[in-house]
Write a protein that binds this ligand. Structure first.
Ligand SMILES: [Zn+2]
Length: 521
């Protein structure tokens, strides 16, 4: 059974089930952050399919401090706000009231694109409205239990006068460097310490202030527990980084049991998405932000990227030719199978949950057109692409097929423009022979002579037949396939490698191909 359907089956309650996820809007969101979002959305959908009452909510942790100025922002403008709550930092652009809402706004556009619609809540509202007051009071009064949880679970020692609260400094506005050391039931005593964090210095101010109604925040592991109870979370997964033994989730679970004397929500960890083999932090994700990848991939494909791999397995993603074309090919294979009994049960659920949600839960099938062929066709000059598509499709394309094909043409164009590197581009030498054609050897020329004879005789100018012919000719003149293909690429592309040679010929006129081979000889 699919993992999300299993969670849905195992969740037994007559009450409304709350699925919760959250994010600190500290900058542009990396595509890796979408994994958690899609996972929670799918759990929510699985519970709905199982006819359970369920609500999906999403918390924005905007009382967290700005701890680094992302490289794509004006350093001078934002550096003075290091240590401020994100909701008190100005927006990088005029279209949002503050920093937190600006970056969350970008992320929510991607949610919308992916058909994900949780109820959004902002921590600033929970603090300022007083909704967190009772938890602040409880944790301050039970600070010894919080310290005990930190020590027992994560082996981290807090001084005996450490209290779990960070007021916003009344003098400098920073929340990160404030340390609370006393509580009288109404006010806390704090110091804005010069050396409390590594990235920002406190101003040295100290004094008594009310901890309630938005004057400050709980440390995040404690805040996590308060949130669970406040909004009544039943299910919340966390990335592997938070889920290690003795990690933040374990600490939060322990605080929940010790102080609130309640069981924490259901939890299961999920793995990272590695981009180009490294775990990129959200502050460095140039070219692979959630927003940028959403601008490249259709929503179903982006969901499929997240869902075809089980949550506990790492996803390796890189927007290169190999990965992008394979993603589309794998998806198309399943779509084609979905009309037949060949679709295996293990593939069916990821395919269904990749669709944007509809009442009927239907998979929209279509006649697939290979994206790698589109990428090649788009690079052939003076080509009527729609005519080529019609010629190459076995059946007449329906209006919906065309919709999908046009969407893919856009993907292919965008990929070529923004992601393809020079090696991946197909540069055809139409007007002149590439310089590297001089590297063609005598045995390769013998191959070309035979190939010209065979090509002249062929009646079926089509990718697969041409590919077979190109292969068969190597046998006739005893040349290695590698050498034969290399000669073709030298003659037409001026480089050693290229797409399937049969496909390459099929994009070109027969007369042009013959002319070029003769010219090289
Ligand atoms: Zn201060």
């Amino acid at each position: 059974m699919f993992w999300a359907d299993k969670i849905a089956l195992d969740t037994e309650t007559t009450q409304t089930i709350i699925v919760n996820d959250s994010k600190t809007p500290s900058g542009r969101v990396h595509v890796g952050s979408l994994r958690g979002v899609v996972i929670h959305d799918v759990i929510y959908r699985a519970l709905k399919h199982a006819n359970k009452n369920v609500k999906f909510i999403y918390g924005v942790d905007d009382y967290d401090a700005l701890d680094t100025v992302p490289h794509y922002l004006d350093q001078e403008k934002f550096a003075p706000y290091l240590g401020f709550p994100l909701c008190n930092v100005p927006s990088p652009e005029d279209n949002a009231p503050d920093y937190a809402k600006f970056f969350m706004g970008e992320f929510l556009e991607v949610f919308n694109y992916l058909g994900i619609q949780p109820e959004i809540y902002y921590l600033r509202d929970k603090y300022r409205s007083g909704a967190m007051n009772q938890y602040i009071d409880t944790f301050l009064k039970n600070a010894h239990l919080v310290r005990e949880a930190y020590k027992q679970v994560s082996k981290s020692d807090r001084p005996s006068d450490w209290l779990p609260f960070h007021p916003i400094c009344e003098n400098c506005g920073k929340i990160a460097p404030t340390v609370t050391t006393d509580y009288n039931g109404k006010e806390v005593f704090y110091t804005c310490k010069p050396n409390a964090t590594s990235y920002v210095k406190g101003c040295g101010h100290s004094g008594w202030v009310s901890p309630f109604d938005g004057h400050g925040k709980l440390p995040w592991k404690v805040e996590w527990v308060a949130k669970w109870d406040l909004v009544g979370v039943n299910i919340e997964m966390a990335g592997k980084d938070h889920s290690q033994k003795g990690g933040s989730r374990d600490v939060a679970n322990s605080i929940c049991r010790k102080v609130l004397q309640k069981e924490p929500p259901f939890h299961s960890p999920y793995e990272f998405i590695l981009v180009n083999g490294t775990k990129m932090s959200s502050s460095k994700g140039v070219g692979s932000s959630a927003k940028e990848i959403a601008a490249l991939l259709p929503p179903e494909l982006l969901r499929f990227l997240m869902l075809r791999t089980p949550p506990k397995t790492v996803i390796n993603f890189s927007p290169n030719y190999e990965t992008i074309t394979r993603l589309f090919r794998d998806y198309d294979t399943l779509i084609t199978k979905s009309e037949t009994p060949d679709l295996e049960e293990k593939d069916k659920a990821p395919l269904i949950y990749s669709q944007l949600e509809t009442e009927s839960n239907q998979i929209s099938t279509y006649q697939a057109f290979d994206i790698s062929t589109l990428i090649s066709l788009l690079q052939v000059p003076h080509l009527d692409i729609e005519a080529e598509i019609i010629k190459r499709s076995p059946k007449t394309l329906t209006e919906f097929d065309w919709q999908i094909v046009r969407q893919r043409i856009n993907v292919a164009q965008k990929w070529l423009q923004d992601y393809a590197d020079e090696e991946e581009k197909l540069v055809l030498y139409l007007d002149r022979i590439p310089d590297r054609a001089q590297e063609i050897t005598e045995p390769q020329k013998i191959y070309f002579r035979k190939l010209i004879q065979n090509l002249e005789a062929i009646t079926d100018w089509e990718g697969e037949s041409l590919q077979n012919l190109i292969f068969a000719t190597t046998k006739q003149v005893e040349i290695s396939q590698k050498e034969a293909f290399q000669a073709i690429y030298f003659a037409f592309l001026g480089k050693e490698k290229g797409p399937k040679a049969g496909s390459l010929f099929s994009y070109l006129d027969k007369s042009f191909v013959l002319k070029r081979l003769n010219e090289v000889l």
